[in-house]
Design a protein around this ligand. Structure first.
Ligand code: KG4
Ligand code: ZN
Length: 334
């Protein structure tokens, strides 16, 4: 039997997740234990609480995944784990669990980059065709990544300040919405109209970089000035106007970069890829182009271990191996 199985662990932020993948793209188990409820009352992820939850959850999540797969650790060919970037204490729980399993069962160990995972979530649906362009939009990252082959990443543009998801979360806080703010703004925006003309940060001609801190300040100022003048804005319209600005910049720059690099596919990755406004605009943008658009189903957009398994299985085939000195790398580059 030539089937290959890889078990992957993801603990970089506030989800404890374990998945098992067969032959690089067939998911046989996918379990995610979310901690969102524990962080909500603090309005964001508290690193120390996240680490403690991971410690409590990692063993049960692992057992649940093996049960779902109907397999044991001995059936695995390799163990993959997110080594970074992320919260150091959170990452350490996954890295040490993976090392423990790999050492005890004498299995090869593969370190996976969290963003590579977000990008490979799309390969669970469709085979990659290179060159391809990935728009990575998460809570910590906003990047345009060019791939000329498997596990070959070139960042051609990135945010100079806030990540797109971070901007969503900050504006949500201004509107007094609960954490995580992205999905809340998304819902609110659907009921509003983009009547406020917030700025778009295009930056220099030809640049594929992004900037969202000016937009966040513009929303802050608008709400503050409106309060002083006794003007009223519907929160729905503020959300819709903010989202319109983010979506227009992201989709326009992605289209320009896709043309400039002559890519065959365009992938949208990361938590903000779950945004309904962004999904709709990108579908429209790439409808009549030569590029094929791949957007993962919602459950593979936000953090999960299926995507880490998908990236890890390719790295394993390519011969990537981590040593027993594998460590957490909070600021790991792609
Ligand atoms: O990829 P992810 O789960 O974690 C990181 O690696 O950062 O992304 C989380 C981010 C958060 O900022 C969250 O607010 C945002 O993704 N997000 C959304 C939506 N769902 C999640 N932003 C906008 N619209 C959504 N529907
Ligand atoms: Zn993520």
């Amino acid at each position: 039997n030539n089937d290959q199985y890889l078990l992957a662990i993801e603990t970089s932020c506030d989800e404890t997740a374990v998945a098992v993948i067969k032959n690089e793209t067939e998911l046989v188990a996918n379990v995610v234990a979310s901690q969102i409820e524990s962080h909500k009352r603090f309005g964001g992820v508290v690193p120390e609480i996240a680490s403690r939850h991971h410690i409590e959850q990692i063993t049960v999540t692992l057992e649940e995944a093996l049960q779902e797969a109907g397999m044991t650790l001995d059936d695995m060919d390799a163990i993959g784990v997110t080594e970074g970037p992320g919260l150091v204490g959170a990452l350490l729980v996954g890295v040490n669990a993976a090392k423990g399993i790999a050492f005890a069962r004498q299995k090869p160990l593969v370190g996976v980059h969290h963003i590579a995972g977000h990008i490979y979530a799309s390969r669970l649906e469709k085979e990659f065709e290179f060159p391809l362009l990935a728009l990575v939009v998460s809570g910590g990252h906003t990047e345009l990544v060019l791939m000329k082959g498997h596990n070959d990443f070139e960042v051609i543009g990135e945010t100079r300040d806030d990540a797109a998801g971070e901007a969503y979360d900050k504006v949500a806080r201004l509107l007094k919405l609960p954490y995580p703010g992205g999905p809340e703004i998304d819902k609110l925006a659907a009921a509003g109209e983009p009547v406020i003309d917030f700025p778009r940060a295009w930056l220099e001609e030809g640049s594929f970089d992004f900037s969202f801190s000016g937009l966040k300040s513009a929303v802050t100022n608008k709400l503050h000035n409106a309060g002083q003048k006794g003007e009223e804005f519907r929160p729905e319209d503020v959300a819709a106007s903010f989202q319109e600005s983010v979506v227009e910049v992201l989709s326009t720059k992605t289209k320009k970069a896709a043309e400039a690099y002559g890519v065959k596919q365009v992938i949208v990755a990361g938590g903000v890829a779950a945004n309904s406004g962004l999904r709709a605009r990108l579908l429209e943008t790439f409808q009549e182009t030569d590029q094929e658009l791949l957007i993962p189903p919602l459950k593979f957009c936000t953090d999960n271990a299926a995507m880490i398994a998908a990236a890890g299985a390719v790295a394993y085939r390519q011969g990537h191996r981590a040593g027993w000195d594998l460590n957490a790398h909070p600021g790991l580059d792609l």
